[in-house]
Design a protein around this ligand. Structure first.
Ligand SMILES: C[S@@+](CC[C@H](N)C(=O)[O-])C[C@H]1O[C@@H](n2cnc3c(N)ncnc32)[C@H](O)[C@@H]1O
Length: 196
C-alpha cells in the first residue's frame, strides 16, 4: 500500500472536482443518479483507491452497490462490502457477476456485530482503506470505529460519508482524534478522511 499524506488526499479531492477519473467505466457512472452530489464522492473514492494501491478495501454500507463498484473498479485487490440488508448483498453480487468483477464480495450482517468483524478478519490481512457509510448515529459509528480501527494497517485510510448530516455525526467528526481532513466541500452532507 502507498501511504498518503493529508495534502495528497486534498489534491486527489481537488482533481476529481476538476475532472472525472478516466478509469471509471461508463457503466459505473450509469449506476448513480446523474444529478446526485454523491457522484463526486464516488469519483473521489475511486481515485483514492488508485492512489493508495490497497491490498484490502472494506466498505460498511452497500445499499445499491454504487460506491462498492467505484471502489472495486479501481483495483484488483479484494473489496468487501457489508450491509445488514440481504437485498443489498444480493444486488451487489448480481452487478458484480454481470460486470465480471471477481474482486468484490458482499457480507450480510450488522457492521457492529461479531460475524461482520470476523468476516473482515478472515481475509488475514489489515484493512488499507475503510469506507464507513451505514447508520449515521453517534452510538453506531463509535461501535464501528471501535471494531474496525484495530484492524487497520498503520497509515491506512478511513473515509466517512455524511460527517455533517446530523449533529451526532458532526460531534463524531469533531471528536475524532486522528489526522483528518474534510474534502469535497461544499458537499452539504460532508465527506471526511482520516489516517489510521
Ligand atoms: C447510505 S446507504 C450506503 C450507500 C452506499 N455506500 C453508496 O454510497 O452507494 C446505507 C446502508 O447502510 C446499511 N446499514 C444501516 N445500518 C446498518 C448496520 N447497523 N449494519 C450494516 N448495514 C447497515 C443500510 O441497509 C443501507 O443499505
Amino acid at each position: 500500500m502507498n501511504t498518503l499524506s493529508l495534502e495528497q488526499i486534498q489534491q486527489i479531492a481537488e482533481s476529481v472536482l476538476k475532472e472525472k477519473p478516466p478509469s471509471v467505466p461508463a457503466w459505473a457512472w450509469e449506476l448513480s443518479d446523474r444529478e446526485h452530489p454523491s457522484r463526486t464522492y464516488y469519483a473521489f473514492l475511486h481515485a483514492l483507491v488508485r492512489a493508495c494501491e490497497p491490498e484490502l478495501v472494506v466498505e460498511l454500507g452497500t445499499d445499491k452497490g454504487t460506491s462498492a463498484m467505484f471502489l472495486a473498479t479501481a483495483t484488483w485487490a479484494s473489496v468487501l462490502s457489508i450491509d445488514c440488508d440481504i437485498r443489498a448483498t444480493e444486488h451487489l453480487q448480481e452487478i458484480a457477476c454481470a460486470r465480471g468483477l471477481v474482486n468484490i464480495n458482499g457480507f450480510t450482517g450488522d457492521t457492529s456485530k461479531r460475524p461482520a468483524v470476523e468476516c473482515v478478519k478472515a481475509y488475514g490481512r489489515p484493512i488499507d482503506l475503510l469506507f464507513i457509510d451505514t447508520d449515521h448515529s453517534l452510538a453506531h459509528i463509535r461501535k464501528e470505529t471501535a471494531a474496525y480501527f484495530p484492524l487497520m494497517r498503520p497509515g491506512g485510510l478511513v473515509a466517512y460519508d455524511d460527517i455533517h448530516i446530523n449533529a451526532e455525526m458532526s460531534q463524531f467528526w469533531a471528536e475524532l482524534d486522528k489526522p483528518k481532513i474534510e474534502v469535497l466541500q461544499p458537499y452539504w452532507a460532508g465527506f471526511g478522511v482520516s489516517i489510521a
